[in-house]
Ligand binder design. Structure first.
Ligand code: NAP
Length: 242
C-alpha cells in the first residue's frame, strides 16, 4: 500500500492534512512529539474516513530517533511504502535576536530544517525507486518575507525553501515532486497567543486562515494531477504578502 506520513500530525495544520489525505484514500502515518491524546484524536478522525491510521511518535529533530522509527516502520511493512511525505512539524520561539539564546536558535532550526533532512533522506530513497513520490514542506510567510522577532524561524523556513528547490531538481527525473507551502496566519495552537483582532486588520481577506484551507492545497500537491508542479513555494496567506 502507498502510505502518507505527516509530521506533527497530532494537531493544527498537520491534523487537517492527515484528514485531507485520508479523504483521498491514503492510509496515514501520524507522527507527533509528545501530545499522545491529540494524536489519538487525529487517529480516530482519520479512521472515521475509512482508512488505516497509525501513530508513529518520534522527535523529528533527533536523527537517531527518526532513523529508528522509520527502520521499525519499514520492517513492519515489508510490502508498503511511504509515497507522500508532509514535513509539517514545527515550533516557534520568538524573541528579538539581541535577546535570543543559543537554545532558541538551535531548537527552531533543528526541528524545521534538520527534521526535514533526517526524515526525507530516508523516505526519498523509496520514492525514487518506486518512481512516484510527493514531498510537501510546510514553510511560512516568515521564511519568504522575514518577520521581526523570528530571526530563528525565518532562517529555518527560508533554508527549507532552498532545500525544497534543490531536492526537487534532484528527484524530478524519477517522478518525485518536492514543493513548499507557505501559510500566513492560520488559527492553530501556534497562533493562539497572538492578537488576532489587531493582526487580521492587516490581512486583505480580513481573517486568519483555517487549517483545512492549507490542507486542501497540500492535498492538491499530493495528487496525481500535480505531477508537473515541482520546486515551487505556494503562498496561502489571504493576500497578506504577494
Ligand atoms: P501547532 O498547532 O503548534 O502543531 C505543531 C505540531 O508539530 C504538533 O503536532 C507537534 O506535536 C508537532 N511537533 C513539534 N515539534 C516536533 C518535533 N520535534 N517532532 C515531531 N513533531 C513535532 O502548529 P501549526 O500551527 O499546526 O503549524 C504546523 C506547521 O505550519 C509548522 O511547521 C509551522 O511552522 C507552520 N506554519 C504555521 C502557521 C500558523 O499560522 N499556524 C503559519 C505558517 C507556517 P505535539 O502535538 O506532540 O506537540
Amino acid at each position: 500500500m502507498k502510505y502518507a506520513l505527516v509530521t506533527g500530525g497530532s494537531r493544527g495544520i498537520g491534523r487537517a492534512v492527515c484528514l485531507q489525505l485520508a479523504e483521498m484514500g491514503y492510509p496515514v502515518v501520524i507522527n507527533y512529539a509528545h501530545n499522545q491524546q491529540a494524536a489519538e484524536e487525529t487517529k480516530t478522525m482519520v479512521e472515521a474516513k475509512g482508512v488505516v491510521a497509525e501513530l508513529l511518535p518520534f522527535d523529528v529533530s533527533d536523527g537517531d530517533a527518526t532513523e529508528s522509527a522509520i527502520v521499525q516502520w519499514q520492517a513492519a511493512h515489508p510490502d508498503d511504502h511511504i509515497a507522500v511525505l508532509v514535513n509539517n512539524a514545527g515550533i516557534r520561539q520568538d524573541t528579538l535576536m539581541i535577546f535570543m539564546e543559543n537554545s532558541q536558535w538551535h531548537d527552531v532550526l533543528n526541528t524545521t530544517l534538520n527534521g526535514f533532512f533526517y526524515l526525507t533522506r530516508y523516505l526519498v530513497k523509496g520514492m525514487v525507486s518506486k518512481r512516484f513520490g510527493r514531498i510537501i514542506n510546510i514553510v511560512s510567510l516568515s521564511g519568504i518575507k522575514g518577520m521581526p522577532g523570528q530571526v530563528n524561524y525565518s532562517a529555518a523556513k527560508a533554508a527549507l525553501i532552498g532545500a525544497t528547490k534543490a531536492l526537487a531538481l534532484e528527484v524530478a527525473p524519477r517522478k518525485v515532486t518536492a514543493n513548499a507551502v507557505a501559510p500566513g496566519f492560520v488559527a492553530t495552537d501556534m497562533t493562539k497567543g497572538l492578537d488576532e483582532e489587531s493582526l487580521k486588520k492587516q490581512i486583505p481577506c480580513g481573517r486568519f486562515g483555517k487549517p483545512e484551507e492549507v490542507a486542501s492545497l497540500v492535498g492538491f500537491l499530493a495528487s496525481e494531477q500535480a505531477a508537473y508542479i515541482t520546486g515551487e513555494v505556494i503562498s496561502i496567506n489571504g493576500g497578506l504578502y504577494t
